[in-house]
Design a protein around this ligand. Structure first.
Ligand code: TMP
Length: 254
């Protein structure tokens, strides 16, 4: 029985009230959606893998002094996070042309971009998360200029770290999406990385085979999504062989 107070339910995660004020529990579901929810499937084991992969990345980022909402993983599907005020902007960082950028500009997928490009999308399902500029963000007050500078600096640092992390295990970081929040500590406020970083919100290509190891496997009906996510986790050293059973066999209830 689940008596916790649900704060918010998204497409892939649920947020519950945390054990202490200012904390939340972030629960990873097995739901996969694409096309703003038009396509929806339950993919057994996805939530467990994303929880582990995101824990691994956020722990490393915290260790580098890049501020995040992450405190610790509490079980197979859940992590303890700090409560932040989410900024309603999806920040996409691109290193290689793929996805909507190719459609918009007629680029060949896989084209190396002249430099990393940051894009912003306004988080609004009813509007289909439209792309917006810095002007829109500051004019409508979704974030002020200083906050936007902090968000972009954070995005660049995360990109530098992730590019190296994945390249070290034979994976090219094509692009990814992050979300940021305002963390209030007394009179102080700072911008921190929120949400998750997992193969659900990155494009990850195997350097040798060009195989897709991310959610495009679901978007493009390629199959093998959990195997691909498990491959990412194994290469990062998160999952050892014996632990595979945890994502495929009987569920461990915690
Ligand atoms: P896009 O090419 O579809 O614009 O996606 C760019 C990156 O952002 C890709 O890694 C997938 C990620 N993304 C999300 O995580 N959530 C979203 O709603 C969208 C549109 C993209």
């Amino acid at each position: 029985m689940n008596r916790r107070r649900k704060i918010y339910e998204g497409k892939a995660k649920v947020l519950y009230e945390g054990p202490e004020p200012g904390t939340l529990i972030q629960h990873f579901k097995d739901d996969a959606t694409a096309g703003n929810g038009a396509k929806h499937e339950i993919i057994d084991g996805k939530g467990v893998l994303n929880n582990r992969i995101s824990e691994f990345i956020f722990t490393k980022l915290n260790g580098l002094g890049i501020p995040t909402h992450f405190l610790r993983r509490v079980n197979m599907r859940e992590q303890l996070i700090r409560e932040v005020e989410i900024i309603p902007i999806e920040v996409v960082i691109r290193n290689v042309a793929a996805g909507s950028l190719c459609k918009r500009l007629g680029l060949e997928p896989g084209t190396q971009l002249p430099r990393s490009i940051i894009e912003f999308y306004y988080k609004d399902d009813a509007l289909g998360d439209p792309m917006v500029s810095e002007e829109h963000i500051t004019a409508f007050g979704w974030a002020n200029p200083q906050e936007l500078d902090d968000i972009m600096a954070l995005a660049v640092r995360v990109n530098d770290f992730l590019t190296g992390l994945f390249m070290g295990v034979g994976i090219q970081l094509v692009d990814f999406k992050i979300e940021c929040g305002r963390l209030y500590e007394g009179d102080l406020m700072r911008i921190v990385l929120a949400d998750e970083i997992s193969p659900d919100n990155c494009r990850l290509w195997d350097v040798k085979t060009r195989n897709k190891l991310d959610k495009d496997r679901f978007r493009e009906d390629l199959g093998g999504l959990v195997d691909a996510y498990r491959e990412v986790a194994q290469r990062l050293g998160i999952l050892v062989e014996a632990e595979n059973a945890l994502t495929t066999g009987p569920r461990l209830v915690q």
